[in-house]
Design a protein around this ligand. Structure first.
Ligand code: TPP
Ligand code: MG
Length: 1035
């Protein structure tokens, strides 16, 4: 059982360093010899006689001086600098101060002031008390949330420290009566007798309202009201003073949390909808899983408040991502999906109308535009479909949000925003949350502030927080980006909507992330069928006693006279009736259209029925002029007075030579593809680690002025005046987060080529969840297409087990084409095959084919993910170049590149056909030439591995009827392409001939770490491939 504890966590004394204002902490410039802190004890105990300038009236001044000095000793006068240094070094009272040299040669004036101050009887106490009050105020601001009453169950959800605390203060009781334990402890040096003394308030608090001084009793009462009730504000770690002040003002200003009558009524109505929706589902389908919201019903008014406020400040589109908990409720009451459409999902007899697997009801997405009643403006809301994998949708939401902002020119996030919902266990446990936070302030990835809402029901399935995280709160991860965190007791709907208002205002003001932590409970088990008493017996005993939040809130507002009991009951009955009517309508639904649950429609891209407009793909070549024009841009620095690196000058010169000779290497081929699409108005976005230069230093899409810091030039943006913008961005060192982000970006529009490049192909495995759950299966589950391109450097080049293989076998294993069925061939076979597959997997052996496949991605009439295994050594291989001729109009992507040498000229003489893919082609043909076997062995490159080019492979096997067939690969036998292609070639030839294997033996690791072994293995596989006797007698 989760530890049952009272919420009276205690505050520990603060050291001077902790009490220093947030902004100065990380920027502290150590005075010579490192950072020192000015011990508060000194301030409290120093004798005024010894240091007379520390008198009561100067305490604010001294404090400010001190903080300024902490920031930089040069901020203060030399005399103060010496004083603080000496004091910090432990100089005894009186010894730290050294008087500055007299200006007029006389120290008489000062001496007489000192004498006067020393003569004041209680000056020392005054100094101490003022400092103590300031420390106390700061303590509430820093740590008030430790003792705020956040937990509706009154079992602590926060474990700050197990060690007993000897000093501290407690929060007010039910009647807001402060408990002044602080005085008995003596830590702050204040006594009961000080309670009625009046103290000047520092500028770092707003509790005074219009007053600049208050009695201590009132100071404490107001601080308790601001920081220790149902809202716990964590913000003092924020580095920006203005932001801290803003938050203080929002929570400290007396009477700031006031609600009008109408607001309270709306809140009650929303609570009714939220609560009665779950009750309705429970009544009708008591044994169905729905991951109900019971225990956190205030989530619905919370989200609605955020949306109302944001809409009022100009937001037109809200993109949301959320897990299972309360999802149906959010669909019904926030997005306003028709209730009958939700209810009919519970009907097990409903037939699916769309192709694909579909998904369970609590994973589906939604898109809806409607009038916001509070702002009177239209607002579009989408909830992204997501897999069960918690938090995986976070970066996807951010990517889609970024794209929508990009397409509508919303450079500050004023029109489009995202809201992410989280469970407490997942928020703390899933690393993708951290990766997503770290994208939040990067220029090419920021969405200008996300509002995070945590449904913190203090449990994850059957696991208690103390076993689920090592941080006090589930939200601590947000501190890395300086996001303020508003913890709130979700049983107090007014407090909830107040923090949501502040969160929305925060985003609108600062355009930075913010977290609302709804501390609640889960009334049922993990789902409605689970028994929670097995594992959390005491917690659930408590929950059973817990009065529902709607009941509590209704009682309160009825008592306040906001609404009568009768009105309340009518409101409940009215909503129940709405549900009942929708339920009756839902029974008429016979067919389930997953299409109705599409989260990202692409208006105009498909026919009205949602079909591609044609089933053909135009040729992907471009004109000679265009090739030379783009080539020249790629070879130049299109701005004045820009000094590039000498090495880069050589690269550009090389490009110019290639353009003159009408050939492309890999980088130039890519330039041609991107440039031509941009010219036609297609946005291109290339993202990933170090993509601007390219891991292998071949790309150089961003030029850096060698003389001017941060001055850059992106020649790709100088192709034509009306071109679409090109975005190329080095990403954070994340795969999971960044690939998810780009997938989301690609979701927003079909008219963009969005590419993610892995540094080395194998690093895609840390993004496996995005690949498995979204890219390979997204369309089947959620009927939504996506044209994302993955560029995965791949090739066995002796670089060791990592950095070698992009794991083609994994991508191929997930392809949905049937290995055992030879497809029906038709005119449009090649395009139809692309339409039917779940993704396209290619390994291009030359730049022209890479150029074509990238262009095809946009010119084909639908969108499919494209996986490209890209080369490393081939980037500079003299033979891996393409002529402009292969890129001219009427040319196109070649799914297979047949042999075009002597073997093809006399196919009857050919003894062996070697099928292969990628770089091994060059090694095979070199070896074939060395052995003088050009006419006996044909080498056929399979460039498009999936969907498998059955038609073209058949043409090749038919051409070489007398030859034996070999699949040759450089990868190990259990890896690479072999297990994918073999059954498909066998199906193509109707199992009439064997398909032999030439490649590395099966292995656990993708490659050897030993260069010599690598070369030996390569030679062995080439020997096998070209030894015509290698397989004789083996059948
Ligand atoms: C990545 C991942 N791991 C495990 C699970 C299985 N799982 C589903 S819900 C859940 C508990 C989630 O707890 P929390 O995030 O607190 O949300 P709650 O259900 O309490 O609302 C677990 C472990 C999952 N869906 N995704
Ligand atoms: Mg939970």
């Amino acid at each position: 059982m989760h530890r049952l504890r009272t919420t009276v966590a205690r505050l520990r004394p603060l050291t001077a360093a902790q009490t220093a204002p947030g902004p100065s902490q990380p920027r502290l410039l150590p005075a010579e010899g490192g950072l020192r802190t000015f011990q508060p004890a000194r301030r409290l105990n120093t004798s005024v006689a010894a240091e007379p300038f520390l008198n009561g009236t100067s305490s604010n001044y001294v404090e400010e001086m001190y903080y300024a000095w902490l920031e930089n000793p040069r901020n203060v006068h030399k005399s103060w600098d010496i004083f603080f240094r000496n004091a910090n070094a432990g100089a005894p009272p009186g010894a730290a101060y050294q008087s500055p040299p007299p200006l007029s040669g006389s120290s008489q004036g000062l001496a007489s002031v000192q004498a006067r101050v020393a003569a004041q009887p209680n000056v020392e106490k005054l100094v101490e008390d003022h400092l103590a009050v300031q420390s106390l105020i700061r303590a509430y601001q820093v740590r008030g949330h430790h003792i705020a009453k956040l937990d509706p169950l009154d079992i602590s959800c926060v474990d700050f420290d197990d060690a007993p605390c000897t000093v501290g203060f407690q929060n007010v009781g039910e009647k807001y009566e402060p408990v002044y334990t602080v005085f008995t402890t003596g830590f702050y040096g204040l006594a009961e007798s000080d309670l009625d003394k009046v103290f000047r308030l520092p500028t770092t608090t707003f509790i005074g309202g219009n007053e600049s001084a208050l009695p201590l009793r009132e100071i404490i009462r107001r601080l308790e009201m601001a920081y220790c009730q149902h809202i716990g504000v964590e913000f003092m770690f924020i580095n920006d003073v203005e932001q801290c002040q803003w938050i203080r003002q929002k929570f400290e200003t007396p009477g700031i949390m006031q609600f009008g009558l109408e607001e309270k009524r709306t809140l009650l109505a929303r609570m009714i909808r939220s609560t009665r929706f779950e009750e309705f589902l429970q009544r009708k389908w008591s044994s169905e899983k729905r991951f109900g919201l019971e225990g956190c019903e205030s989530l619905i008014p919370a989200l609605k408040t955020i949306i109302d406020m944001s809409s009022q400040s100009g937001v037109e589109s809200v993109i949301m991502g959320m897990p299972h908990r309360g999802r149906l409720n959010v669909l019904a009451n926030v997005i306003r999906k028709e209730l009958d459409q939700i209810f009919c999902q519970f009907d097990s007899k409903l037939e699916a109308a769309d192709e694909g697997s579909g998904d369970v009801k609590y994973h589906l997405g939604m898109y809806h535009k409607r009038m916001n009643r509070v702002s009177d403006r239209y607002i579009t809301m989408s909830l992204m479909a997501n897999p069960s994998h918690l938090e995986a949708v976070d970066p996807v939401v951010q990517g889609k949000t970024k794209a929508e902002q990009f397409y509508c020119g919303d450079t500050e996030g004023k029109r489009v925003m995202s809201i992410l919902l989280h469970g407490d266990a997942a928020f703390a446990g899933q690393g993708i949350v951290y990766e997503t936070f770290h994208l939040s302030d990067l220029p090419s990835y920021t969405t200008h502030g996300t509002i995070h809402v945590v449904v913190n029901n203090q449990i994850g399935f059957t696991t208690d927080p103390r076993m689920a995280r090592s941080s006090p709160y589930p939200t601590d991860v947000a501190r890395v980006v300086n996001a303020p965190i508003f913890h709130v007791n979700a049983d107090d709907p007014e407090a909830v909507i107040y923090v949501c208002k502040v969160a929305a205002e925060w985003r609108n003001t600062f355009h930075k992330d913010v977290v609302v932590d709804l501390v609640c409970y889960r009334r049922n088990g993990h789902n409605e069928m689970d028994e929670p008493m097995f594992t959390q017996p005491l917690m659930y005993k408590q929950i059973k006693k817990q009065k529902g939040v709607l009941k509590k809130f209704a009682d309160k507002v009825i008592a306040e006279g906001v609404i009568t009991m009768q009105e309340y009951e009518e409101e409940v009955a009215q909503y129940d009736k709405i549900c009942e009517e929708a339920y009756n309508r839902s029974k008429d639904e016979k067919i389930l259209h997953i299409k109705h649950w599409l989260d990202s429609p692409w208006p105009g891209f498909f026919t009205l029925e949602g079909q591609p407009k044609t089933m053909s793909c135009p040729p992907t070549g471009i004109s000679e002029e265009e090739l030379s024009h783009i080539g020249n841009i790629a070879a130049s620095v299109p701005v004045e007075d820009f000094t590039i690196h000498g090495g880069l000058s050589r690269i550009l010169k090389g490009r110019a030579n290639m353009v003159n000779q009408r050939v492309c290497d890999w980088a130039l081929g890519e330039y041609m593809a991107f440039g031509s699409l941009l010219k036609d108005g297609i946005h291109v976005r290339l993202s990933g680690q170090d993509v601007e230069r390219g891991t292998f230093s071949h790309r150089h899409h961003v030029l850096h002025d060698q003389n001017v810091d941060k001055r850059i030039c992106v020649p790709m943006n100088h192709i034509s005046p009306n071109q679409a913008p090109y975005t190329v961005c080095n990403s954070s060192l994340s795969e999971y987060g960044v690939l998810g982000f780009e997938l989301g970006f690609a979701m927003a529009s079909p008219n963009a080529l969005v590419l993610w490049e892995a540094q080395f192909g194998d690093f895609n495995n840390t993004a496996q969840c995005i690949i498995d759950q979204f890219i390979s299966s997204g369309q089947a589950k959620w009927v939504r297409q996506n044209g994302i391109v993955l560029l995965l450097p791949h090739g066995m080049e002796g670089m060791g087990p990592e950095h070698s293989s992009a794991r083609p076998e994994r991508f191929l294993q997930m392809c949905n084409d049937d290995p055992d069925v030879f497809p029906k061939l038709s005119e449009d076979f090649a395009v139809r095959q692309l339409y039917d597959c779940n993704w396209i997997v290619v390994n291009c052996s030359n730049p022209a084919n890479y150029f074509h496949v990238l262009r095809r991605q946009i010119l084909q009439p639908f969108r499919k993910p494209l996986i490209v295994f890209t080369p490393k050594s081939l980037l500079r291989h003299p033979e891996a170049k393409s002529s402009f001729d292969d890129m001219l109009p009427a040319t196109h992507f070649r799914r297979i590149i047949p042999d075009d040498g002597p073997a093809a000229a006399s196919p009857e003489k050919v003894k062996r056909v070697i099928f292969c893919s990628g770089k091994i082609y060059y090694e095979l043909t070199r070896e074939r030439k060395n052995r003088g076997m050009d006419d006996t062995v044909a080498v056929v490159r399979v460039e498009q591995l999936s969907p498998f080019p059955f038609d073209l492979v058949k043409a090749e096997t038919d051409r070489y009827l007398n030859a034996d067939l070999v699949w040759c690969q450089e990868e190990h036998k259990n890896q690479g392409y072999y297990h994918y292609v073999k059954p498909r070639i066998r199906t193509t030839i109707n199992h009439t001939r064997p398909v032999w294997y030439a490649g590395r033996d099966p292995a656990a690791a993708p490659a050897t770490g030993n260069k010599q072994t690598h070369l030996t293995e390569l030679q062995r596989l080439l020997d096998t491939a070209l030894d015509l006797e290698a397989f004789s007698g083996k059948l």
